[in-house]
Design a protein around this ligand. Structure first.
Ligand SMILES: Nc1ncnc2c1ncn2[C@@H]1O[C@H](COP(=O)(O)OS(=O)(=O)O)[C@@H](OP(=O)(O)O)[C@H]1O
Length: 504
């Protein structure tokens, strides 16, 4: 029959040869496609963010909340939470109440004028607010709509003190003077002067962030007043030690899809003890594992990385007695909430969340999700800011991702400072000419997530994420940020205009 065809009874020979060639190419293409489909991360990732798993179990007919205020408390996993809000808002073109610099006037009580683009209390234009601030309800209410959902997160004060000590060692004078956290815990008053700027990082930091007097001595009346104020304003208080359970409660409260609350831990210190595990070694889920649902009847253990004795822990609890009260109180209400939600359902949903996180880590992250030191991250734009005694870790993206997957994965690991720049550039696009100024790179100030400005020699500065370089946003010399003081620059050393306390 082929001879018959070839002889040109049905069309010329060249046409049949061409046809055979096309069929062969098509077949080979199909075959290669099957092979690559099985092995390539890129293809696996193509559909992962749009698969039905991304939605999670049905939430019924509720409407997703889009007016949200998150009080970003310090050293409580708040950067991981803020990352979710940033992703959610960016994907849906929501408007963020962004700071002029990198924090909303912290540590001064929040003032509405710290919000970029704020035009007065009657202009309703922001959906999400979540950068560091010292809470001040009347001013926040000027910015956010009346139906805003307020929530925040707390952490065991002992673990929080440890994290704060490591991060703000050179920022808080009380920590600077103490050799170790143990020494500080043994006799905090020896190191602590309430008049010194930045010492709020060393005592009742939670209470300070909620806008209350963190230096007051503990009384039951004060503690109850604090608890009452928080309950009146905040609809949900999450607990860092039970991060995954917190995410499930949050997702139900906000009526958000599962993927919106799946995250990789950001801003983590390198673990000195015990090394770093990959995903299978429990890194991404390390906190989750430590916080099994209801494992300890709702009580949490502070997971600390340094060696402090039980006696020193107890001293830290006493030193931070007001925070300790808040923590125990809201830990209790948190578990009451889970009981109302249903313990069995919580277990199921937490398991789904963890599975999903593993899946996304497998697609998005290099080396199975193992966090890496900043200088090892090839893409400088996603290096986390470094501060204090230990290395703050970040992630590397899996190579070879298709564009859509890469964008979604990148959002999940983009550090807070860089994310603020991205959102800022989107909300306040600058004329092309302004973005192209060559000296912009030289005027970059590096600002810590916690608010401190880096004091680095220029060679080390090159290792830091170039804040202004991320999206063309640069803090200009003389701009006011941090606490309203004018910032000046002396040979790469950035200092506050009038204070003895350096900004780091
Ligand atoms: N998912 C999750 N679960 C539990 N804990 C987590 C999570 N993500 C981040 N972290 C830990 O939170 C600490 C950083 O907190 P913040 O991001 O609030 O710090 S900051 O105030 O913005 O600088 C930091 O704690 P330390 O490592 O003890 O310093 C992070 O490891």
């Amino acid at each position: 029959m082929l001879r018959w065809l070839v002889r040109g009874r049905v069309g010329p020979v060249w046409m049949w040869k061409a046809l055979l060639l096309f069929v062969a190419i098509g077949f080979a293409g199909q075959l290669l496609g099957v092979i690559f489909n099985k092995s390539s991360v890129q293809t696996a990732g193509r559909s992962i963010f749009t698969s039905p798993d991304a939605q999670g179990p049905s939430l019924g007919s509720c409407q997703p909340h889009t007016h949200i205020m998150f009080l970003k408390t310090h050293k409580t996993a708040s950067s991981t939470v803020l990352n979710m809000l940033s992703r959610f808002g960016e994907e849906r073109d929501l408007r963020f109440a962004l700071p002029l610099g990198y924090q909303l006037g912290y540590p001064l009580p929040f003032n509405a004028h710290r919000v970029k683009g704020y035009r007065g209390p009657r202009a309703v234009e922001f959906h999400i607010m979540g950068n560091h601030m010292r809470f001040n309800r009347p001013e926040v209410e000027k910015v956010m709509p009346a139906d805003t959902f307020y929530f925040s997160i707390i952490r065991n004060p002992v673990a929080l003190a440890e994290s704060s000590f490591a991060y703000y060692k050179e920022v808080a004078p009380a920590f600077r003077k103490a050799k170790t956290l143990g020494d500080f815990a043994d006799d905090p008053r020896k190191y602590y002067d309430p008049r010194l700027r930045n010492n709020h990082y060393a005592r009742n930091l939670l209470l300070f962030d909620f806008g209350m007097d963190h230096n007051a001595n503990f009384t039951a009346t004060l503690a109850q007043r604090a608890e009452e104020m928080i309950r009146q304003t905040f609809r949900l208080i999450l607990v860092s030690e039970y991060f995954d359970q917190s995410m499930i409660l949050l997702r139900h409260a906000l009526c958000w899809p599962l993927d919106a609350v799946v995250s990789f831990s950001l801003n983590a210190r390198q673990q000195k003890l015990g090394g770093i595990g990959g995903l299978s070694g429990g890194w991404v889920g390390r906190v989750a594992t430590a916080a099994g649902v209801g494992g300890k009847g709702g009580r949490s253990q502070a997971k600390t990385l340094t060696n402090i004795t039980e006696e020193q822990r107890e001293k830290l609890r006493q030193w931070n007695a007001l925070d300790w009260h808040l923590y125990t109180f809201f830990n209790r209400t948190f578990w009451e909430e889970i009981n109302r939600f249903g313990v069995a359902q919580m277990e199921e949903e937490v398991a789904l969340l963890r599975m999903r996180r593993e899946e996304l880590a497998h697609v998005c992250l290099r080396d199975g999700g193992k966090p890496v030191e900043a200088h090892r991250i090839r893409d400088r734009n996603i290096r986390p800011y470094q501060s204090g005694l230990v290395k703050i870790l970040g992630y590397e993206l899996q190579p070879g991702l298709d564009n859509a997957t890469r964008t979604a994965c990148l959002r999940m690991i983009r550090p807070e400072i860089q994310y603020k720049d991205v959102l800022d550039a989107k909300q306040f696009p600058r004329p092309v000419a302004a973005q192209a100024q060559p000296e912009a790179q030289n005027k970059v100030l590096v600002v810590a997530a916690g608010g401190s400005l880096s004091r680095r020699d220029s060679s080390r500065m090159r290792e830091r994420p170039m804040v202004g370089g991320v999206a063309g946003r640069t803090l200009e010399e003389g701009e006011r940020d941090w606490d309203g003081h004018r910032l000046t620059r002396r040979n790469q050393t950035l200092i506050g205009g009038q204070d003895k306390g350096r900004l780091s």
